[in-house]
Design a binder for this molecule. Structure first.
Ligand code: B16
Ligand code: MG
Length: 216
């Protein structure tokens, strides 16, 4: 019996992929890396900022110190945060509001489990900051997905054991994290063909996602 649902943020409730991509591309261009592509960007989904930076730097001919890497990640984040400020409530993905309302009606707790250290800024911009019973994000944990750390943190904050929480994810790393943590994995978008997902759909608006069945 499911008592809580933990939502990944980017790619599940809001689409910031393009904003991340543009910000990383700006940094890559500045570093003279001309081969950073949208395919590379797919591997940045759901993983931490520093792990995402490595995806860019693996295309560079030189080695960067840890200090230099932190400065580069900060630089990308400055560009990204400027673009987050332009998000509005119309950027909430289809089906998200309806799903959150349905769960609330049924007394199911909800939480965010996101790698993004910008989670509060994003939730504020899209106008759903007050919707959740708990928020766990990249500021709470050091290990990034596929470690289950951020979902375990969300479950702890909710006071619900992992096997009574569903996790909704759009990234393979997130589905793996959910499985490792003992959660019920629900895949949408890019993760929907992941064989380890218990339930799969195109998006939260997809009728294939039957919450009566998922909640048990
Ligand atoms: P930030 P999620 C993840 O969010 C993004 O999918 C990923 O592309 C990004 O690198 C990560 O957040 C860190 O984001 O730089 O804002 O801390 O999908 O876990 O909600
Ligand atoms: Mg995601």
């Amino acid at each position: 019996m499911i008592k809580a649902v933990i939502f990944d943020l980017d790619g599940v409730l809001v689409s910031t992929d393009e904003l991340h991509f543009q910000a990383w591309k700006t940094l890559a261009d500045e570093l003279g890396i001309t081969t950073f592509t949208r395919e590379d960007n797919l591997r940045q989904r759901g993983v931490s900022r520093m792990a995402s930076l490595e995806v860019v730097l693996e295309k560079s001919g030189r080695v960067y110190s840890d200090e230099e890497k932190l400065a580069l990640a900060d630089k990308k984040n400055t560009v990204y945060v400027e673009s987050i400020a332009r998000l509005t409530p119309s950027d909430v993905l289809p089906g998200a509001r309806e799903t959150l309302a349905l769960l609330r009606d049924r007394g199911i707790l909800t939480a965010i489990g996101s790698a993004s250290r910008n989670t509060p800024l994003i939730l504020e911009a899209i106008g759903i900051a007050d919707t959740f019973d708990a928020i766990a994000d990249g500021r709470d944990v050091t290990e990034s997905k596929p470690s289950p750390a951020v979902f375990l943190c969300a479950a702890r904050k909710l006071g619900v054991p992992p096997n009574e929480c569903a996790v909704v994810e759009d990234a393979d790393a997130g589905i793996e994290a959910a499985v490792r943590g003992g959660f019920v994995p629900v895949a949408v978008s890019a993760a929907r063909y992941n064989p380890n997902a218990k339930y799969s759909a195109q998006s939260l608006a997809d009728g294939a996602l039957d919450w009566d069945v998922i909640l048990g």
